[in-house]
Design a protein around this ligand. Structure first.
Ligand code: GTR
Length: 430
């Protein structure tokens, strides 16, 4: 588990020591895993505008409701993303023709902002399958440990940026990755499978945008741009999501990639990030949330697994400041919930995935989100997941909105990727 805190049902009574803060033992013990005790607070209405009018047409949604919901998420959850990035500088540092035993062209690029020189920028790595007649769609996603951990190829430089401790000893020493971390995250990025499906992959280390700890902003983009410390200012998730959009910008310059056919993907905290990136940047034709949980696809109002109080105490830097005011017992006052975040993907492809042992992320709640976006998709003549109850384990459901709960733990595994790549193939046709 790529956590600073490892928190599962089994260790549910432990005190949580997050990188950003501390949750009391009493709060940790209060974590609910009993479906009969999740509470009955209704989700806020999706299909009624703030003036009370009903959202009845695709035009009502596009011209009114969508913008309102986006503003609510900016003001209350993730904060405002500043208008920066138009001067993005993209430099190719390497183009290797025979990567992955000849299957791919591997690009290494450096993205920076001349207007924000204090920020060190993003090291982007793009794998493009070889030998295909036409430009291919691209999956864009941030990694937890850097490009050298995504691939086992020995000629990708080890990131020099701040890192959280690795899973195994010696992978990260004094918050810097070592050669032992090469390939450490490769099971989550099945590069050959992605290439075989005729997809490109664009990935970068999330810590290039901001190191993931409470003071990380000081060494990241948010600090370089300047923070005013107001309630609706962007948090780290906002900054990481901004980075995903810049990675997509850079993909426009890569031979063999059709950046107009793009999916954004993320796991866990980066799944919350991909939902927010896809909400703001409609160039992503598919939004994939893998085990995103609280603050992502799991409704704040369902008291199951992680709570708003726990997440905003342990990781205050992820969200805008105001979000913590909705910690329990105030979640019912939050003017949005996860079904509205999911609905911001409409009518594009939306894939929400859970893992059955990942109760901390509330798999059933993640399913409810996938189900509840349906009225918006219907306005566009598209179907939702098509079922009212959570499907059986390892049985994906839905077309334009898809959901699965798979066997196993909080992770990204081949089963997940197989589904995502099929989804990309079906929806992002040339
Ligand atoms: C946990 C956090 C979750 C999830 C996870 C992760 O500590 O409580 O919301 O984001 O980290 O990112 O792996």
């Amino acid at each position: 588990m790529d956590l600073s805190i490892c928190f599962s049902r089994a260790v549910g009574a432990l005190v949580l020591l997050g990188l950003g803060g501390v949750v009391s033992g009493a709060e940790a013990r209060r974590v609910n895993y009993d479906e009969t005790k999740v509470g009955k607070d209704p989700l806020p209405p999706l299909m009624a505008a703030s003036d009370g009018s009903k959202v009845e047409t695709a035009d009502d949604w596009k011209s009114k409701r969508r913008g309102e919901i986006l503003e609510l998420f900016r003001n209350h959850v993730f904060g405002y993303t500043p208008a920066i990035g138009s001067d993005l500088k993209v430099e190719v540092t390497e183009k290797k023709d025979g990567a992955l035993q000849g299957m791919a062209v591997r690009w290494l690029l450096h993205l920076s902002l001349p207007s924000v020189p204090q920020w060190e920028g993003i090291d982007l790595m793009v794998y493009v399958p070889k030998g295909l007649p036409k430009p291919v769609p691209v999956v864009v996603g941030l990694s937890f440990q850097g490009n050298h951990a995504v691939t086992t190829e020995t000629d990708v430089p080890i990131s020099k940026k701040w890192m959280r401790p690795g899973k195994q000893e010696g992978q990260v020493v004094a918050n810097r990755a070592t050669e032992k971390a090469r390939g450490a995250e490769s099971s989550r990025w099945p590069l050959k499978m992605i290439m075989e499906h005729g997809c490109a992959l664009a990935t970068a280390y999330y810590g290039d945008i901001e190191p993931d700890h409470a003071d990380g902003w000081k060494d990241g983009l948010r600090g370089a741009v300047g923070l005013k410390k107001v309630d609706n200012e962007w948090g780290a998730i906002g900054a990481w999501a901004w980075g995903l959009s810049r990675m997509l910008d850079a993909c426009q310059q890569i031979d063999g990639v059709d950046a107009s056919r793009a999916a954004v993907i993320g796991h866990s905290r980066l799944g919350k990030t991909s939902l927010w990136a896809g909400a703001q940047d409609e160039r992503f034709g598919i939004v994939i949330s893998n085990n995103s949980g609280e603050g992502g696809a799991a409704p704040a109002r369902r008291d199951f697994g992680e709570t708003t109080k726990i997440i905003t105490s342990a990781f205050p830097h992820w969200f805008c400041k105001r979000y913590s005011t909705y910690a329990e017992p105030n979640t019912h006052l939050l003017p949005v919930d996860s079904h509205m975040l999911g609905a911001l993907a409409a009518p594009r492809g939306l894939y929400i995935a859970s893992a059955v042992e990942d109760e901390w992320a509330d798999p059933k709640g993640e399913f409810i989100t996938a189900r509840e976006v349906e009225p918006v998709y219907r306005l566009f003549g598209k179907d939702g997941v098509g079922v009212s109850d959570q499907p059986a384990i390892d049985h994906p459901v839905g077309a334009q909105v898809r959901y699965h709960v798979r066997t196993g733990k909080h992770d990204v595994v081949d089963f997940d990727w197989e589904q995502y790549l099929k989804f990309v193939g079906a929806l992002l046709k040339p």
